[in-house]
Structure formats: structure tokens, C-alpha cells
Design a protein around this ligand. Structure first.
Ligand code: 6GU
Length: 241
């Protein structure tokens, strides 16, 4: 997978993609990151990438020229026979979900456009961007951290990036219930015990216990997921569909 970032903060993006699983994805050869500094595509002598909004209002808007020019440069290295998604992280986008991460993880080429200030000129959104994605209902100052969240959710799904022990297929959200509790050695730590059932060796009983824990947690914390779960199971008298 080839990944490009257009950003006013290239060092921030570099530090994110160089470490951890994202960095490993590149060193193992599954992905390739290319970071483009938007200031390199701004007009001399002031090299401004933002300006006041037409029509007034607070906050600055990112100018179209640096982004269109940087995208033209990126296009030279894109393969138009391969799939491409151009992502603009924004709080007014559609919310990132596991199915969307899965969809993006099978794309050959991704471009992230990182906005700042009040946002980016609408013409960029209409002519370059294919996916406007939010990572939740709260506000961040810039797109870099949101891009990192989206990217992390995508890269870990590429086969080979995670090893078996980190495997993605038992995650919450690849399952209709939230994940349950986990314990490891020591069996008792400072008087805090591991539930006896987990040490019993009765696999069926353990599965039942874990499922009950997951159901309780989901019912308490995520009524939205719980509702979907019971209706798909026809539980509590609620029928399918
Ligand atoms: Cl994707 N970007 C910014 N700047 N803020 C956000 C967001 C994205 N998602 C939630 N808040």
C-alpha cells in the first residue's frame, strides 16, 4: 500500500508513522509512506497556506493552491490502474467504523490531506477528496492526529502486519459485543485474584463466563450495540430484522 500525506506539519506525521505498528508496516515492506510539506507548494515570498474566509466568520481557511499543487505532484507517482482513496479527516465527515477501516485496508493507494485552522477550501473537498472521515464527536486542532487514528485502524488489518499474538480477528467491533476482561500471571497479585473459572480448564464454562461478561459490559456501556445484538439474536423476545 502506498500512502501519501499532504500536511503543514511533516515532522509530526513522520514521528507518528516511524514508530510502533505503523513503522513496522513500512520496515516489513507492507506499506510505504510519503510525506509532503504543504508549505513547499505555497507562493513566495510569504508562503501562506491559509487565508481569511470569504463571507466573513472566525478562523482561517486553507488555500486551494498548495493542496492542488501538492496533489498534482503526488499524482505523478500514483498508478491509475490501482485503487485510490483520498481522505480528508474532518469532524463533519462520516464516522470511522471497523467496516470502513476494512474497506480502506484493501485499497492500493491512500492520500491523507491534513487540514488546520477552520478547514480547507471547499473546492479541494469537491475535486480531490473521495472520503471525508471523522473519528468521533469532539474537536481536534488538526488533521494529523485524526489521520494517525484512521491509519492505525487500517494498517493493522493488512495481513502480515500484526503477528499471531496481536491478531486482529478477536477485537471488539469484529464481534457484536465489547471485549471482555483479560488476566495473566501471576494468579494472585497483592491479594487481587484471578477469577477461579479461568483457571478451571472447563473451556465451555469459560466461554459462557466470558460471553456473560461481554454481554453485561455491552448492555451497561453501549445501549446502541446491545440493541443491535439482541435484535440479531432474537433475544429477550425481540425478533430478527
Ligand atoms: Cl477527523 N479532524 C479534526 N480536526 N477534528 C476531529 C476529527 C477530525 N474527528 C473528530 N474531531
Amino acid at each position: 500500500m502506498k500512502i501519501h500525506f499532504l500536511t503543514p506539519f511533516p515532522k509530526m506525521v513522520d514521528s507518528i508513522v516511524s514508530e510502533s505498528i505503523l513503522g513496522r508496516g513500512q520496515s516489513k515492506g507492507y506499506v510505504n509512506y510519503n510525506i509532503h510539506n504543504l508549505f513547499d507548494y505555497a507562493d513566495e515570498p510569504h508562503c501562506r497556506i491559509d487565508d481569511y474566509p470569504f463571507g466573513g466568520g472566525s478562523g482561517m481557511v486553507m488555500k486551494p493552491e498548495p493542496v492542488f499543487r501538492a496533489f498534482e505532484e503526488v499524482k505523478k507517482s500514483l498508478d491509475d490502474k490501482k485503487s485510490l482513496r483520498v481522505i480528508y479527516p474532518t469532524p463533519d465527515g462520516k464516522v470511522l467504523t471497523q467496516p470502513l477501516a476494512q474497506e480502506l485496508s484493501v485499497t492500493d493507494q491512500l492520500v491523507f490531506i491534513n487540514g488546520h485552522y477552520k478547514g480547507i477550501d471547499q473546492r479541494i473537498r469537491e475535486n480531490i477528496v473521495t472520503d471525508e472521515i471523522s473519528i468521533g464527536d469532539y474537536v481536534l486542532t488538526g488533521g494529523e492526529l485524526a489521520s494517525a487514528v484512521i491509519l492505525d485502524s487500517v494498517i493493522r488489518l493488512i495481513p502480515g502486519v500484526l503477528n499471531n499474538k496481536e491478531s486482529a480477528d478477536t477485537d471488539s467491533f469484529s464481534h457484536p459485543l465489547l471485549d471482555g476482561p483479560h488476566y495473566t500471571r501471576p494468579e494472585v497479585y497483592n491479594g487481587m485474584e484471578t477469577p477461579k473459572i479461568l483457571l478451571s480448564g472447563h473451556h465451555q464454562k469459560i466461554d459462557e463466563w466470558v460471553n456473560e461478561q461481554r454481554e453485561n459490559k455491552t448492555r451497561e456501556r453501549r445501549p446502541d450495540l446491545w440493541k443491535k445484538y439482541i435484535s440479531s439474536k432474537g433475544k429477550d423476545g425481540v425478533k430478527n430484522g
